[in-house]
Design a protein. Structure first.
Length: 243
């Protein structure tokens, strides 16, 4: 308190750091707890995906492969005068091969093995090769990113490419992954018809939740007739696995 020219005490503005109110402290703690809870949920989900993928690969897929080999061997042993039986065995073997292919696709969708083994770059390039639309991939990051960042970026790219193939009528897609300061930045751009909307259930809503749980941000620019640009930024400071 200071004294004015009239001798009446006057208030002095406080220029130092203001003490946080109890309400603000409680709010901050609550937000931190919610963010931590979301990260734990994402981590638990990813671990479950990895476990299912391993079980499918090491168990069910291997059994189907063994059965297919045994069936082909049995087909070869059928005498030539039993052409109908040989033909039936061949059809069953072909159907078994198709089922194995479908199971492998499901396993990759649950949690792609090449993402765990080789990291984001080979996983993105595999997505690009499978896309019905030509995809250019540019990776300007050396080494691995933290696993939660890699998984989030992979599923964003996967969903974006699926949407582009279904809805965009694009002739080309470009994917870029780089570091900007302490953030990993993934962009997916197509030259299609535009009009994508994160709010209207394009499949990216769940992916946005994953990115937000990691403290990241998602931006979509998709004006009608001007293609679609999806950008995600995820902080990597303090995360293990970069290098």
């Amino acid at each position: 308190m200071a004294t004015g020219v009239s001798g009446v005490p006057t208030a002095v503005d406080h220029v130092g750091p203001a003490a946080a109110s109890p309400t603000a402290i409680v709010t901050n703690v609550t937000e931190a707890e919610v963010a931590a809870s979301r990260r734990r949920i994402v981590a638990a989900s990813d671990e479950a995906r990895r476990r299912i993928e391993r079980d499918l690969h090491d168990g069910t897929q291997q059994r189907l492969v063994s059965l297919a080999l045994a069936l082909r061997a049995a087909e070869d042993l059928v005498p030539s005068d039993l052409g109908d039986l040989r033909s039936e065995l061949s059809q069953i073997a072909a159907a078994l091969d198709d089922a194995l292919t479908e199971l492998q696709e499901i396993a990759r969708g649950i949690h792609p093995a090449n993402l765990s083994r080789g990291g984001l770059e080979p996983a993105l390039r595999t997505l690009a090769r499978r896309s019905p639309i030509p995809v250019d991939v540019e990776i300007v990051i050396d080494g691995r990113l933290p696993e939660p960042v890699e998984v989030a970026a992979y599923y964003v790219a996967s969903e974006a490419l699926a949407n582009a193939a279904k809805h965009s009528h694009a002739s080309r897609v470009a994917i870029t992954l780089e570091l900007r300061g302490n953030n990993a930045v993934l962009t997916i751009r197509d030259d299609g018809v535009g009009g994508a909307d994160l709010v209207k259930g394009s499949g990216l809503v769940g992916i946005a939740d994953r990115v937000h749980a990691l403290g990241g941000a998602v931006q979509i620019r998709s004006a009608i007739g001007r293609g679609t640009l999806i950008t995600i930024e995820i902080p990597i400071v303090g995360s293990v696995g970069l290098g």
